[in-house]
Design a protein around this ligand. Structure first.
Ligand code: HEC
Ligand code: HEC
Length: 382
């Protein structure tokens, strides 16, 4: 219970939504329980222990390809493409790529889905961390993604790769920075410095990707241009970026918000919208500083809201729009939704709001990742 030290359990009295799914993965019942989070909060270590205890085994619910397909089209296709072809959202890699599939383990897939890649559009999807998926959902996804594999598993040894990160730096700047960023933070391609990625990827897996590339994507086979030593040095450089993943607490979902409207007595914001829908970060920031009356919705899974969000934003996952609508005033208050991808979840939520009659629903154009990287205000974690 030390995970929430400094807070009295009363601060965290919150509603926990219990999800029950039938065998096909449909949401059947939503029971709401009022529980003190003191009962459910545990330290990150305990959460991690629980996760690993269930990894490899499946829960009582059936794991199936049908379920995997349903879960995938609801929660993954919007970014990774209906058939895993990738790039429906920026940097969302091709999960059906054969070079990817032959070099990753089921554990790598499971953990990538469960814990996500903090700081990117890839949220932690495990319900343990505030995501929408239980163990059987995640195992069903792994089954589905594996069903796309047509080539045999690459036999990679487990030896660490020994190289010189300092020499690797020069090669990296020359060949990799343009797509993966100076610090491996990802620009036009997936990040390489993410703590959750570096916690689960093996040296040989990184090595193989650099040498063989990913056919059909911009990731070239550098084995044709670089010596074995040069590739080893790149692996050593990427490895040197390893750091502790952010602490994840087991936290209540949905999060209880006593008030959803910011500045209830303020004037309406004066937005000038791109394509009648997108508001710029600069305009939103100015409106908030002017004390304008508006509602800010974080359309990502709550796991991401917990890590970092725009101050005053309410957690409103786009895959469950009905719950948030119950809390919204039925008037012309402006509602700004945002996500990190930068528009997938926020567009989805805004579409739902507009069709329910909330006409002043708009989308933060640049998304929250850009907002954060450009020094606009952010509130971290609970
Ligand atoms: C909002 C967009 C979005 C959604 C929804 C999403 N992802 Fe991702 N995913 C990404 C992005 C972007 C990355 C790359 C993150 C980075 O730069 O490190 C990623 C990375 C991954 C990776 C790691 C790939 C690698 O090569 O390391 C896996 C596996 C993955 N996603 C699976 C899934 C699955 C399965 C789902 C559905 C439960 C899902 N993702 C939902 C955007 C998304
Ligand atoms: C032209 C852009 C581009 C360049 C240049 C490039 N990459 Fe990539 N890289 C990508 C893309 C795109 C992917 C993801 C492809 C996919 O699976 O969808 C990727 C994937 C990777 C991955 C796998 C990451 C993961 O999470 O699975 C590694 C490792 C990697 N690149 C390393 C490098 C290194 C090292 C260099 C320089 C020698 C480099 N890349 C140069 C575009 C690029």
């Amino acid at each position: 219970m030390s995970g929430l030290s400094g807070m009295s359990p009363g601060d965290w009295t919150a509603r926990i939504r219990v999800k029950k799914t039938d065998q096909a993965g449909n949401w059947m019942t939503w029971a709401r329980l009022a529980l003190s989070a003191a009962l459910v909060a545990s330290t990150a270590a305990q959460a991690g222990a629980k996760l690993s205890a269930t990894q490899g085994s499946t829960s009582a619910d059936a794991v199936s390809l049908t379920r995997g397909t349903q879960v995938y089209s609801k929660y993954c296709a919007m970014c990774h493409g209906e058939h895993g072809e990738g790039y429906a959202a920026d940097n969302a890699s091709a999960l059906a790529n054969q070079d990817f599939l032959v070099s990753v383990s089921d554990g790598f897939l499971r953990k990538s889905i469960a814990k996500g890649r903090p700081g990117t559009a890839m949220a932690a999807h495990a319900s343990l961390y505030g995501g929408p998926l239980d163990d059987a959902d995640i195992d069903s996804l792994v089954l589905l993604i594996r069903s796309w594999q047509r080539e045999p598993v690459a036999q990679l040894d487990t030896n660490p790769v020994l190289g010189d990160p300092v020499t690797g730096r020069g090669t990296y700047d020359q060949f990799c920075t343009a797509c993966h960023g100076e610090h491996g933070q990802g620009v036009t391609a997936i990040s390489l410095n993410n703590p959750e990625f570096l916690a689960i990827v093996t040296d040989q897996q990184i090595r193989r990707t650099i040498a063989h590339g990913r056919r059909g994507t911009p990731m070239a086979a550098f084995g044709e241009h670089l010596s074995a030593d040069a590739i080893d040095n790149l692996v050593a450089l990427i490895r040197s970026w390893k750091r502790e993943p952010p602490q994840r607490l087991e936290l209540p979902v949905p999060i209880e918000f006593p008030e959803v409207v910011l500045n209830p007595d303020g004037p309406p914001p004066q937005f000038s919208l791109r394509e009648g829908r997108y508001v710029s970060a600069q305009q939103l920031d100015a409106a908030m500083r002017d004390g304008a009356r508006l509602i800010l919705l974080d359309a990502r899974p709550p796991s991401d809201w917990y890590l970092a969000h725009i101050p005053g934003a309410v957690s409103a996952p786009a895959y469950d729009p009905d719950s948030i609508m119950l809390l919204l005033p039925e008037d012309d208050t402006w509602i700004v939704s945002y996500c990190a991808c930068p528009h997938k979840y926020s567009d989805q939520l805004t579409d739902a709001l507009k069709s329910a009659g909330f006409e002043n629903a708009v989308v933060l154009d640049e998304g929250v990742r850009w907002w954060q990287q450009n020094g606009y205000p952010i509130e971290y974690g609970p």
